[in-house]
Design a protein around this ligand. Structure first.
Ligand SMILES: [Zn+2]
Length: 456
């Protein structure tokens, strides 16, 4: 017998609170994360239901869990629910409530919300996926394909100790044909009806390290020095001033259309000649997201130069965080940077790849797939007339490791009408991260409805 959605939502809330309180904070060092806490918690949640699971430890404490519920037909495609258990750090000073309290709080306008780091990225999905997965097992329902629940470590620092390594080493355990992961499912209600965005692609890195050369000299004289730091500063200034060409494709247009903006602003955002003015007129957090979704971005984020106060430095090293749109290549970066740096300064610089495993992207998951159709139909259970549109995520997700293998991977969930897209985006890695209980209910139900529709 199936459990009522209210009971399941209660289970999702409890589990989300416990995952937040586990504080699996990934600061980028191998010693952080401690995802073993949440892997063991999730194992305990599944124990006794007769499902196969396995734990994998890539470094001490960096534990991921894989559980597989077998289908009835070995030839049917398998679905993986890929959910990370780590979160980024949170500074309590910027928060209204304890970032690791996992408290259930009713807002002044009567909305019940679970507060804490990870509430939208992505412990909300990690918990609702587990509850939906377990509900299938509990009811004894069998589908043709397997359902895999993959609670993975180290997503927030490049996935080296998580999905990247585990998928490479244990494909025999993790194999699947479709993937749902973070994030998507914000409905917007405009003149053209309801639109829900799901993620089908993400940006990829073109990070570079630039070494700027100069000539050392005595710090007591500044006239006509060949100071590497001054040259590097000029390069930083030119990068900041560079206006890169926007790419205003259908995916971008869908995002713009989903925001419920003034029609004139929408028109400007989709016009290369006016997008800059339109962005300047929007709230900064929203403008920043829209800019990133339509441009390659270059952020000069570190600089190191000089050894001694009384010596003009002969080198400066500058690191650029560069993020490309799907389809843009490392060669595009190699062409662009010399143009920005300029012929006068290029002879003084060397440009290197920041890491040697940079790619030309991970591909875009096509919307021509049974899983896309199942997600669309399942979303229309909650929002009957909704149009489901593909979208881009500006950061990285574990979907890329599946897309590289040609496996359709979508970022999906389903949110209530209480969180506008712009507000939702601001909570990622932000202060006062929280999720309303209605959204947890919709997302838990979404996964159950997807199971019922995928293998029809
Ligand atoms: Zn995430």
């Amino acid at each position: 017998m199936s459990t009522s959605i209210d009971t399941l939502t209660g289970e999702t809330v409890d589990l989300l609170q416990a995952l937040i309180r586990n504080q699996c904070v990934n600061d980028g060092t191998p010693e952080s994360g401690h995802e073993v806490r949440s892997a063991e918690l999730l194992r305990n949640e599944l124990e006794g239901f007769g499902v196969d699971f396995e734990l994998f430890e890539t470094e001490p404490g960096r534990v991921s869990l894989v559980a597989r519920y077998e289908g009835t037909d070995p030839d049917a495609p398998d679905l993986c629910l890929c959910a990370h258990t780590d979160v980024v750090p949170a500074n309590p000073d910027g928060w209204t409530n304890d970032p690791f309290g996992g408290e259930l709080i009713t807002s002044p306008d009567g909305v019940d919300e679970v507060w804490g780091r990870g509430a939208v990225d992505m412990l909300n999905l990690t918990s609702s996926m587990l509850v939906a997965f377990r509900e299938v097992i509990r009811t004894g329902k069998r589908y043709p394909g397997d359902i895999v629940y993959f609670a993975v470590a180290d997503e927030e620092a490049g996935s080296v100790l998580g999905a990247k390594q585990l998928l490479a080493d244990h494909w025999d355990v993790l194999h699947c044909d479709y993937v749902i992961s973070e994030y998507g499912g914000t409905p917007s209600f405009g003149d053209n009806g309801t639109t829900v965005l799901l993620t089908t692609s993400e940006k990829h890195s073109g990070a570079r390290r630039i070494t700027v050369h100069g000539t050392p000299s005595h710090g007591s004289m500044s006239y006509a020095t060949d100071n590497a730091l001054i040259k590097a500063s000029e390069i930083v200034r030119r990068i900041a001033a560079a206006e890169l060409t926007p790419r205003l494709d259908d995916v971008f247009a869908a995002r713009v259309g989903a925001l419920g903006l003034d029609p004139e602003i929408q028109k400007q955002l989709l016009d290369p000649a006016h997008i800059a003015d339109a962005l300047a007129a929007l709230p900064p957090a929203l403008a920043s997201n829209l800019h990133s979704c339509s441009h390659m971005t270059i952020n000069p984020n570190t600089i190191h130069s000089g050894e001694k106060l009384n010596t003009v430095p002969d080198t400066a090293v500058l690191e650029l965080d560069i993020r490309m749109l799907p389809g843009q290549t490392q060669q595009d970066v190699d062409r662009l940077l010399p143009e920005i740096i300029g012929p006068d300064l290029m002879p003084s610089v060397e440009i290197e790849w920041y890491r040697d495993d940079l790619t030309n992207g991970f591909g875009v998951s096509s919307t021509e797939s049974p899983l896309w159709d199942a997600l669309g139909d399942a979303i229309r259970v909650a929002y009957p007339e909704a149009t489901v549109m593909p979208s881009l995520v500006t950061g990285g997700t574990d979907c890329r490791f599946y897309r590289e293998r040609g496996i359709p991977a979508y970022g999906a969930g389903l949110l209530s009408d209480k969180v506008p897209l712009s507000e939702f985006l601001s909570r990622f890695h932000g202060n006062d991260e929280r999720i309303d209980v209605d959204s947890l209910r919709l997302t838990t139900q979404l996964f159950l409805d997807v199971f019922d529709r995928l293998w029809r």
